[in-house]
Write a new protein. Sequence first.
Length: 305
Amino acid sequence: MVLKGVGNMRSRKRMIAKVTGFCFILPAMLVVLLLLLYPVMSSIFYSFTNKNLIKPAYSFVGFENYAKILTDPVFWAAFWTNIKWTAASLLGQLLVGFTGALALNRIRHAAGVYRTCLIIPWAFPSIVLAFSWKWILNGVSGFLPNFLVQVGLCATPPQFLSSAGLVFPTLVFVNIWFGAPLIMVNILSALQTVPKDQYEAAQLDGASAWQSFIHITVPHIRMVVGLLVVLRTIWVFNSFDIIYLITGGGPANLTQTVPIYAYNLGWGLKQLGRSSAVTVLLLLFLLVVCALYFRLLNRWEKEGE
């Protein structure tokens, strides 16, 4: 009887602990539901309607919005631009961030100063960075175009933000400059967790620096790099502020991505139904991409066990 009473008391304490823990996380769950679930569900709902921001009345149209979008050449042009924007920006950020992390990992003096200086681009708000670069690259009074003319590298000021051949690479460069510091800091943190004795053992076995990098460094940090790729893919593909603030998707829609296309439909043409359908398609595409990413990450994790 005593053991039974003790068992009941322990069960009651565990139940109270679970209820208490649930009460603590309940406010956070409610905030997530309100800020995430409601917008997603409302977008899905409106994507099946002809909802217009000007007209209060609307009706269900089924998959009509999706059919119009998937047959719109402007949408596919924006989607292809989005793919190129994400791939080029992500590869550039990984290359610059990885190189910077490897360099900082070898610095022994004033490493914190260098790390702080290199993280500055990420510390500023996007609107500040966008307007700063827009002023620097302006083809009429911008600092960089006029500087290139003054030093004799160009006969006329390059039109970085209005030339069909320059505007997209210019925006990719700005995005790499903006996003590389975040990847650098995260990879640097992962590099500092690699056991030093493994490098020493590899040197004693006659391994080259490249072999140590491939067989020691890469296996230890690839999960961190993989998660960074997943997060940056979602972030860059959904990126709106830098492109919109610098070029607005122009010239002639050359830099228009899917988020800007959805914005122009929803807030420009006031067609909230079609705009919601675009966001739902964007969500489905990113879910598929993330599923493929996580499948690869799970394979890496099993290989590392």
